[in-house]
Design a protein around this ligand. Structure first.
Ligand code: SF4
Length: 177
């Protein structure tokens, strides 16, 4: 019988969403997918369908106009899934933080697994972030066999799931591996 878990890490599909980005980080994601950087060597395919995606790449601070769509896309993705915040805006809101129409990063609304900093983030860092995300995806696949432990580390503040403290930052915790 075909075992999906066995092959998921080798052929992850990504969903890319701009949650209010200036487009700088989005261009870097496209560059990472181009033949020059070749993110596809890891089996990655950029898909537009959340129901077929394993990795959610999000850019930009969350604006009031994009936040509902962000949560909707996240909830449509099947478990296990990995969320990667690409660029300083997605991580913290960056220079747009505290503006009247902007939130303070995407983890205000959905749990983030990997933070990729930079303004704009470079294709090399984005690739590092996706590779780290693949490790987390494999770990989550195994944890799915123990469903009651999957979200044990999550805390809930004001009804919002927050896993910022358990998330990894690219280049920061590699020494622990
Ligand atoms: S981090 Fe910089 S390049 Fe990326 S969306 Fe924000 S302002 Fe634009």
């Amino acid at each position: 019988m075909f075992d999906l878990k066995k092959y998921r890490k080798k052929s992850p599909w990504i969903l890319h969403y701009n949650a209010g980005s200036c487009n700088g980080c989005d261009i870097e994601i496209l560059a990472a997918l181009s033949p020059k950087y070749d993110l596809e060597r890891f089996g990655v395919i950029n898909t537009g369908n959340p129901k077929q995606s394993d990795i959610f790449l999000v850019t930009g601070p969350v604006t009031y106009r994009t936040r509902e769509r962000l949560v909707e896309l996240y909830t449509q993705m099947p478990e296990p899934k990995v969320v990667i915040a690409v660029g300083s805006c997605a991580c913290t809101g960056c220079v747009f933080r505290d503006m009247y129409n902007v939130e303070v990063g995407i983890d205000r609304y959905i749990p983030v697994d990997v933070y990729v900093p930079g303004c704009a983030s470079s294709p090399e860092l984005i690739i590092d972030g996706v590779v780290k995300g693949l490790e987390i995806l494999e770990h989550k696949s195994k944890e799915m066999e123990k469903p009651f432990k999957l979200f044990k580390a999550a805390t809930i503040d004001d009804g919002i799931v927050n896993r910022r403290h358990s998330a990894l930052k690219v280049g920061e915790d590699d020494a622990k591996d």
